[in-house]
Each structure stands twice: as structure tokens, then as C-alpha cells.
Design a protein around this ligand. Structure first.
Ligand code: HEM
Length: 460
């Protein structure tokens, strides 16, 4: 009765005494559904355990996530196997995390990515040539395609080009056996030998990257500006200044591996849900195609510029709505204040070290902000006034917020838009079997994810 959290509504009558209720929801794989239902009943702050809360309000998110005094909890070390390898996601202390993030922040900035000649070349080689050839083959042979499996090598070839450089990137769209070895290890990544294999793979990629990143290849001159050719060489340059060679090598391979994995799963899941939603809504395919085909390609270029692609309202609405409804990393993302108590949501006093978390799954289902929240409706973004859109964006949390927000969001958005452009300017998609599409309710999806079988048909 006298506990400081006793005035917070309980998700279940047992939660002041034990975490059992929460553990059962986790075990059943329906934690986010259960949190969402409890927030609907009880309001924006609920108690999940003796020292654990869930929040579902902008005020709460700003207090906790947009404030660097709150730190990630040890949950991240277990979830991402971060005890052996200090990479950014698992850096709990604000200072250590900030120093690593600053090493890579500029290379992941939106304008930097949009202007990068490396990105330009990767979009053409990976998406416009290699992936488009696959699409054409699938259409000619009328193949049934398991799209989650098909998108993973495509987005990995693109991202490894950015992470390790064009010359060192993977070519999994062609080299299926190398891709399969990686996926097999990833599926078993809880096992020590599989984890070692993944780290060894990343180590080899880093070495190849640094070997090919000589002065000429590493720095590209484009329109007078210089561009780094890879995250790997950028990070290596910074780490070398602060760490000894052995630590540099370890930190580099673990950080790079995490970015490969973070990209591969999340981006492929979003593409799977974009193609699923568009296949269920052929009218949106037609609208999108018309917008894409009216987009001009600059003279002497083979693909629209990233900036022009980013300015397309229908494409943007489709991607944003898919990220809202089918957020691939829905959370919850736990934080705590290590030393002080804080005030949250209308005056609740929360003791230090209380675990607090929000999730995009629940934030994205606020029906006063997103009417009919379970419906996939790109029009909500297109028809909104500037003010309404700004209001929805405050609640849009697919990439998190604050200092720990996703570093790869701009890269992910660009690759999503470019792949959707390549598919829907020339092809229609039809569902062959969508019965395997269960909505994600876990923070880390498996490498196979939800299964969707599609047919690709060339538009006449
Ligand atoms: C659609 C694709 C993606 C989604 C939805 C997504 C989502 C997220 C979210 C929600 C977080 C924040 C977790 C937290 O608050 O604790 C995060 C962090 C992170 N993401 Fe992403 N991500 C995506 C793609 C990528 C890509 C392409 C990369 C890199 C190439 C990447 C690398 C990272 C890293 C390194 C972090 C940790 C950031 C930090 O600790 O400061 N992600 N991501």
C-alpha cells in the first residue's frame, strides 16, 4: 500500500507482487497485445510488475526516451548477446554510447546518404539491375515467391555495400550458398559456435573492406564534395584514435555485424508487409504505379534521385502506414533511471531503477490519433492537414526517439522506397498464399519471419 508505485493502475491484480503475469504474456508471444489491451482499459501508464511500468503517451515517451539520463536496461545485453561484445545497441551507459554513436552519426545522416555516390551506384547495381532481373524471371516463369526470403539477400547486398564498401559487399542475390550459410548461423545464433561463425564472417568482411578502401576507392569525389565509401572505414578511423589495434578489430566486427542483422530483418519484414498490403489493395497499386511512372529520371541517370523518390506522397504514405501498422521492431524498449526518481504522466513519482518501456505497437494504435487503427489506410497520411500530420508524426515511433533512436532509419527508408519503386513501376503483385501472415508481436523476429507467397505479373 505504501509502495511509491501503488497508485499506478495494475495491468493484473498480481503485478504489484510478481512479474508472473508479464512472463506468461511473453511466453505466449502476445506481450504487446496484452499491454495494448491493458492500456485501453487503464490509461497511459500501467504497472507490469513490482518494479516495472509500461507507458503509452507522448509526455511519457518524451520524459523517458528523449532524456539521456535514462539508460537502457540489462535486458539488451541478454537480447542481443551483448555481454561478450560491446556494440552500440548494448552500450548501457550514456557516455560510452554517445561516444560510439558520434563516430557514425554523420555518415548515417539523411543528406549525406541522399548525396552519396556510393548509394547511387548501389541502388542501380543491386536494386535496378540484379533485383529487377530476379523480378523479371519470376514474372516470366510465373513463379510463386516466398517474398521474405527473397527480400533478405536484396536488402543485404545493398546495405553491406554501404557498411563495407562497394568492392567488399555481398552478392547474395547471385551467391545463394554464402547467403544460406549466414542464415543457418543466424537461425542458431543463440549457440556459441554459430555466434562465432557470424563474428568470423563479419571479421572477414571488415578486413576485405579495409583492404579495398585505399585512398582512391574510399573517398569519392562528387561535385566537389568528398564522401566516405563505407561505415566500416569511417568507424575504423575513429576507433583507431581511441583503442588499441586488438580492441579496434573486435569492436569493429561486432558493430558491423549488428548493423547487418538490424537491417536485414527489419527491412525485409517491412517489404513483406508492403507487398502484402498492396496485393490486398490493387487500387493502391494503380495509384502508386501512376505516381512512380510520372517521376522523371535526371538526364544521364538511370534512376530517380533519392531526394525525388523521397518527395513522392503516395509512396511515402504507403511506407509510413505499413511501418505504423506492422512495425517490425515494435518494442517494448526498456529504460530506467539509474540514480534518481522522476515524475511521469501527471505526477506519478517513479523510483530510480524502475523499468519503464514504451512500444510502437501500442503508440501506433491510439484511436484518437489514428482512427480505425487496425486498418491499413495510406489515405490517413495523404488527407491529413499539416497540423494533423504533425500530430500523427508525434505518435509515430517505428524508429524510436531520442539519443537511442535507430541510427539506420534514413538508410532503411531509402532502400524501402527504392525497392518498392523497382517492383511497382513495372509489376503487379498477387497473393498466392497469405495464410502465414501473423502479425509480429515480438521484439526480435526470426530470420524467416512471416511467410507470404506472391506472384509477380509484368504490367502490360
Ligand atoms: C525498417 C527498418 C528499421 C526499423 C523499423 C528499426 C527500428 C529501430 C528501433 C525502434 C530502434 C531503437 C531501439 C531502442 O529505442 O532501444 C533501433 C535502433 C538501432 N537500429 Fe534500427 N531499425 C531499422 C533499420 C536499421 C538499419 C538499416 C540499421 C543499420 C544499417 C539499423 C541499426 C540500428 C542500430 C545500430 C540501433 C541502435 C541505436 C543506438 O543504440 O543508438 N536499424 N532501430
Amino acid at each position: 500500500y505504501f509502495h511509491p508505485l501503488s497508485n499506478v493502475p495494475n495491468a493484473h491484480f498480481t503485478t504489484p507482487l510478481s512479474r508472473a503475469w508479464l512472463l506468461v504474456q511473453k511466453y505466449r508471444g502476445c506481450e504487446n497485445h496484452a499491454r495494448h489491451a491493458a492500456h485501453k482499459r487503464l490509461g497511459p501508464i500501467i504497472r507490469l510488475g513490482p518494479h516495472e511500468l509500461s507507458i503509452n503517451s507522448i509526455e511519457g515517451v518524451q520524459t523517458v526516451y528523449n532524456n539521456s539520463s535514462f539508460e537502457r536496461t540489462e535486458w539488451f545485453l541478454n537480447a542481443f548477446r551483448g555481454r561478450e561484445a560491446p556494440f552500440m545497441v548494448c552500450m548501457l551507459r550514456t557516455k560510452e554510447h554517445g561516444s560510439r554513436k558520434r563516430m557514425m552519426a554523420s555518415i548515417y545522416m539523411k543528406t549525406y546518404i541522399q548525396n552519396s555516390p556510393v548509394i547511387k551506384s548501389l541502388v542501380i547495381d543491386v536494386f535496378q539491375k540484379s533485383f529487377r532481373n530476379e523480378l523479371a524471371k519470376w514474372a516470366v516463369d510465373a513463379l510463386t515467391v516466398d517474398v521474405m526470403q527473397a527480400f533478405q539477400p536484396c536488402v543485404t547486398d545493398f546495405t553491406t555495400g554501404w557498411l563495407f564498401g562497394i568492392k567488399a559487399r555481398t552478392d547474395w542475390l547471385h551467391n545463394k550458398s554464402e547467403a544460406n550459410t549466414f542464415y543457418r548461423n543466424f537461425e542458431r545464433s543463440g549457440a556459441d559456435d554459430a555466434q562465432q561463425n557470424l563474428r568470423q564472417w563479419s571479421n572477414e568482411m571488415c578486413q576485405k573492406s579495409l583492404k579495398t578502401a585505399d585512398a582512391k576507392n574510399d573517398i569519392c569525389q562528387d561535385g566537389g564534395a568528398t564522401h566516405k565509401a563505407s561505415v566500416c572505414s569511417e568507424l575504423h578511423t575513429h576507433l583507431r584514435k581511441t583503442e588499441n589495434p586488438e580492441a579496434t578489430a573486435t569492436f569493429l566486427k561486432d558493430e558491423m555485424l549488428d548493423h547487418v542483422i538490424a537491417n536485414q530483418i527489419a527491412t525485409a519484414i517491412v517489404l513483406t508487409y508492403v507487398t502484402y498490403s498492396l496485393s490486398l489493395n490493387p487500387l493502391w497499386q494503380t495509384k502508386l504505379r501512376s505516381e512512380l511512372n510520372n517521376l522523371s529520371t535526371p538526364q544521364n541517370e538511370k534512376f530517380p534521385s533519392p531526394r525525388d523518390l523521397d518527395s513522392l506522397p503516395i509512396l511515402d504514405a504507403i511506407i509510413t502506414e505499413t511501418l505504423r501498422l506492422y512495425s517490425p521492431n515494435p518494442g517494448p524498449w526498456p529504460r530506467h533511471h539509474p540514480t534518481s526518481s522522476c515524475q511521469i504522466n501527471g505526477g506519478y513519482t517513479i523510483p530510480a531503477r524502475t523499468t519503464i518501456s514504451a512500444s510502437s505497437y501500442t503508440l501506433h494504435r491510439n484511436d484518437s490519433v489514428f482512427p480505425d487503427p487496425e486498418e491499413w489506410k495510406p489515405e490517413r497520411w495523404l488527407e491529413a492537414s499539416t497540423e494533423q500530420r504533425a500530430g500523427m508524426m508525434k505518435w509515430f515511433w517505428a524508429f524510436g526517439s531520442g539519443t537511442r533512436m535507430c541510427i539506420g532509419s534514413n538508410l532503411a527508408l531509402l532502400s524501402l522506397k527504392a525497392v518498392v519503386k523497382v517492383i511497382y513501376s513495372e509489376f503487379e503483385t498477387e497473393i498466392v498464399d497469405g495464410s502465414g501472415m501473423e502479425q509480429m508481436d515480438s521484439v526480435i523476429a526470426g530470420p524467416v519471419g512471416d511467410k507470404l507467397l506472391l506472384k509477380f505479373v509484368k504490367v502490360k
